[in-house]
Design a protein around this ligand. Structure first.
Ligand SMILES: Cc1ncc(COP(=O)(O)O)c(C=O)c1O
Length: 480
């Protein structure tokens, strides 16, 4: 056979019709056997999605699954919003160009103009890329060049998550992800939401030139800073000449009831990063938006303009057209207001469930449609006589109840929720911003029904319906 003969390749049509056992085999052999094991622990390997529309995934058997996961904030418009699909189809039917590295791009220009209209203050200059990590990498480099004087140290918050590329990872606070990689050395960590601690570290360490901060921490388990914290951050960064990067990759784009979550405190960071829903759930689009003086200081001349960007796939035509149409849809359908209203209703319903099931739900928190549902440690959910004994295993089993509840919600109630990397006890609820009251009711009624069984029954149902069905023997601790 010739060296250039076509190998045995699978087609898209063949892929569409693969059964879940076949996909599992391919995943184990060609993607990641470890990832497959994690999916199996929750029984999520038994579902193959056929298509998705609005608030629902539909699996190969025609089962509709209500999406309260929302791709960690990537699906503001739900799945396959018709208006966004039409814009993409038109763009490609008209054979518009994708890559415009040699020319100016009218689509990137229009998208950047739109973002400047939305962003407050002089957050005017947009850099386009394809992911949240890449947006943060670019923002960190921009901030480093814009920081006044010799101030090479980058400050980040405990429990921060900014991405897994090397720069973003260097300012993320996860032992698991950091492992023993060689990371940037010029970093320092500060407690999240603590004004006095921030003041102390900035006043004592004058080498700090950049502070990167999620406005609301997502990966930490939906953690809001105390009221007034962001105003203090602005004031302290001004006082000590520090460039403030607000990471709104997860909490931005209308999810909290304002376009940017920092707008709740009427402050303006020096740089904000976005990704996820920016691409309308159909395209990979990330961005930073920088204050004009910050950008000009770093890359304002023709000599410095190419220091960081444009990358090959930055501002691709159809991706920009998608993002432009998505922004129009966000405002035309008043989805930011809907996020505030449905978010308040979601928290109200969950608050009532916490009251009703205090042995199982430890906390409800969040803003808009970024909500954390913290389950109790396993020992607290046990009958009284067992609590002391089992509490010795709480750390080992942390997240066990959240994983079991999330798994049964999918298998028995057709509702999908998200888990949390750093605090496994927290279930994250980040539904599309198109969510309606009836969807919130479906989630809350399902949870209520599930939690109304006692812990022992919940655990036994999980073992029977998920673990035994998946042929799993491992303990659930460490699943999510
Ligand atoms: C706050 C935050 N920053 C950055 C990232 C990284 O984004 P991406 O996965 O697109 O690289 C994430 C992803 O979840 C995130 O939540």
């Amino acid at each position: 056979m010739s060296a250039t003969a076509k190998p045995d390749l699978m087609s898209v049509e063949e892929a569409k019709h693969l059964r879940h056992e076949d996909v599992a085999d391919l995943m184990a052999n060609y993607i990641s056997p470890g990832q497959l094991r994690l999916l199996k622990l929750l029984g999520f390997d038994r579902v193959i999605i056929d298509h998705a529309e609005g608030m629902y995934y539909v699996d190969q058997c025609g089962r509709k699954i209500l999406d309260f996961f929302g791709g960690y904030g990537s699906l503001a418009f739900g799945h396959n919003h018709p208006r966004i699909l039409t814009a993409r189809r038109t763009f490609s039917d008209e054979k518009r160009h994708e890559i415009a590295l040699a020319f100016m791009s009218q689509y990137a220009a229009a998208l950047s103009y739109n973002l400047a209209q939305i962003a407050p203050g002089d957050l005017d200059i947009t850099f386009l890329c394809v992911s949240g990590s890449e947006a943060n990498e670019a923002a960190l480099k921009l901030a480093e060049r814009a920081a006044t004087g010799r101030k090479p140290t980058v400050l980040y918050a405990n429990n921060a998550f900014h991405g897994k590329t090397r720069g973003a990872l260097s300012v993320s606070d996860s032992e698991l992800y950091r492992g023993d990689f060689q990371l940037l050395q010029n970093t320092r960590r500060v407690p999240f939401g603590d004004v006095a601690a921030l003041d102390r570290v900035l006043s004592r360490d004058r080498s700090i030139g950049v502070f990167i901060l999620e406005t609301i921490q997502g990966g930490a388990g939906i953690v809001l800073p105390p009221d007034g914290y962001l105003r203090a951050v602005r004031e302290l960064c001004d006082r000590y000449g520090v460039v403030w990067i607000a990471d709104e990759v997860q909490c931005g784009y209308g999810r909290t009831g304002r376009f940017f979550a920092f707008e709740h405190e009427e402050v303006v960071p020096d740089i904000v990063t976005l990704a996820k829903s920016l691409g309308g759930g159909k395209a990979a689009v990330g961005a930073y938006i920088a204050r004009r003086p910050v950008f000009v200081k770093a890359y304002g001349t023709s000599k410095t303009a190419l220091v960081h960007g444009p990358a090959t796939f930055a501002g691709m035509g159809e991706a920009c057209a998608t993002a432009i149409e998505a922004l129009h849809t966000l405002y035309d359908e008043e989805l930011i207001d809907n996020a505030a209203a449905q978010g308040a209703y979601l928290q109200e319903r969950l608050g009532a469930l916490k009251h009703k099931h205090p042995g199982l739900i430890a906390d409800i928190r969040g803003r808009g449609l970024m909500v954390g549902l913290e389950m109790t440690n396993i020992s607290k959910s046990m009958p009284r006589g067992f609590r002391t004994l089992v509490s010795m295993l709480d750390e080992r089993l942390r997240g066990g109840l959240a994983a079991i509840v999330g798994s049964l919600l999918l298998h028995e109630y057709d509702v999908l929720v998200a888990f949390t990397e750093y605090d496994r006890n927290v279930i994250r609820l980040e539904p599309p911003l198109i969510v309606q009251r009836e969807h919130v009711d479906q989630l809350a009624d399902s949870l209520d029904d599930l939690l109304s069984r006692d812990f022992t029954r919940i655990a036994m149902d999980y073992v029977r319906k998920v673990k035994l069905a998946s042929g799993q023997r491992q303990l659930i601790g460490g699943a999510a």
